[in-house]
Write a protein that binds this ligand. Structure first.
Ligand code: NAD
Ligand code: MG
Length: 386
């Protein structure tokens, strides 16, 4: 029997890597739903290639174009945010959540609530509403698997039967394009420089997050959600080659790590086949060619995002949701060239100072906090816009 698959955010970087694996194994997988924000041509092409049952564009104004592009095929089309949420709930055995940002929150929840396996690349919903998403997964009997390379590495090394035997989790970070830059140089960094990641090729938002190290801050919170380990036992180390994807230390001093070429198709393949394994068209790791692996502690002065994320996870409640929303607004403004690179973390910090709501009790609370934090961040930003 084929496994049914849906991909939310099919036109993005993670979506494309996922499609590559699924399309190489047509005897194993059958496509149900594919979604995108606005790239109708790419979405229609994906739907035609894979024979998807449903194609959804979030930007409803593009629906007529999508309908034209898929006329004469068996693929049903729909448009709008509601339709994306419905696409997440078409009963796929395996759903890839690869929308960027908290826009993925309700689709992730809808996917989780139908049971099945939900693979999270989309880390922002887990940061903002992790406890609620995990509780919904437990209620529905859904399996959540991490596609983020660090969390997938930890998942592969973690002894879930004896979590009390884990002493530390060590998250590795490539350090992004500015790992060796002075703070003065970072102050005038351009969008082009920020998105030019030295190791990984990714969407614009996560590339900027990698440059500020907010990505590692979000991943710290993500790890605290996914693994039963106290958050002060999760550490971050810079490792520029991105060969070791993360490590788990046990009480006897054993440290287990997962290694591989930096290619998202490895962690995605792990989740597609889990608990089995499947072939992935990834360059084999050649340690002799790499020669050396370097490690350094991150610099808190140049990368204040790490401190902000640590504070958010320590305090808990609504803090991670506020951090994430402010960061999404600030990164968007930087990509629009309205603020400077170092303003991103400054805006997140200002927003967190000015907005400290009560802990969310339900998803609607998270959505309200996310919305209000975006307003507050936009206000805080006025000081920085020139
Ligand atoms: P991307 O920008 O390349 O793709 C994002 C996808 O989401 C696209 O298909 C886009 O059409 C869709 N989308 C964007 N906004 C939307 C909206 N408002 N409503 C519905 N759909 C929308 O991003 P990416 O690099 O593929 O990252 C996706 C997620 O995976 C992010 O949360 C990122 O942090 C995470 N992630 C990415 C990588 C990577 O290697 N790219 C690695 C680990 C984690
Ligand atoms: Mg990662």
């Amino acid at each position: 029997m084929k496994r049914t698959v849906s991909i939310l955010g099919a036109t993005g970087s993670v979506g494309t890597s996922t499609l590559d694996l699924v399309e190489r194994a047509p005897d194993r997988f059958e496509m149900l739903a594919v979604t995108a924000r606005s790239d109708v041509r790419k979405l229609a092409d994906i739907a035609r290639r894979t024979g998807a049952k449903l194609a959804v564009v979030a930007d409803e104004s593009r629906l007529p174009e999508l309908r034209d592009a898929l006329s004469g095929t068996e693929t049903r089309v729909a448009g709008g945010e509601r339709a994306v949420i419905e696409a997440a709930a078409t009963g796929a055995d395996w759903t890839m959540a690869a929308i960027v940002g908290c826009a993925g929150l309700e689709p992730v929840l809808a996917a989780v609530e139908q049971g099945g396996t939900v693979v999270l690349a989309n880390k922002e919903p887990l940061v903002s509403a992790g406890e609620l998403i995990l509780a919904a997964a437990a209620r529905a009997g859904a399996t959540i698997l991490p596609a983020d390379s660090e969390h997938n590495a930890i998942f592969q090394c973690f002894d879930f039967a004896r979590p009390e035997r884990v002493r530390r989790i060590i998250l590795t970070a490539s350090g992004g394009p500015f790992r060796d830059w002075s703070r003065a140089d970072m102050a005038s960094a351009t969008v082009e420089q920020a998105v030019a990641h030295p190791v990984w090729s990714m969407g614009a938002k996560i590339s900027v997050d990698s440059a500020t190290l907010m990505n590692k801050g979000l991943e710290l919170i993500e790890a605290a959600r996914l693994f039963p380990v106290a958050h002060d036992r999760i550490e971050i180390i810079l490792h520029r080659q991105s060969v070791i994807h993360s490590l788990v230390e046990y009480v006897d001093g054993s440290v287990l790590a997962q290694l591989g070429s930096p290619d998202m198709r490895t962690p995605i393949a792990h989740t597609l086949a889990w608990p089995d394994r499947m072939e992935a068209p990834v360059t084999p790791l050649d340690l002799a060619a790499i020669g050396r692996l370097d490690f350094t502690a991150p610099d808190p002065e140049r990368f204040p995002a790490l401190r902000l994320a640590r504070e958010a996870v320590n305090t808990g409640g609504a803090r991670p949701a506020v951090l994430n929303a402010a960061n999404e607004v600030a990164v968007g403004a930087f990509l629009d060239r309205r603020i400077a690179f170092l303003d991103i973390a400054a805006i997140v910090e200002k927003t967190m100072e000015r907005y400290d709501p009560a802990a969310p009790g339900a998803i609607d609370d998270v959505i309200a906090i996310d919305r209000e934090a975006r307003h507050k961040a936009a206000e805080a930003m006025k000081v920085f816009v020139d």
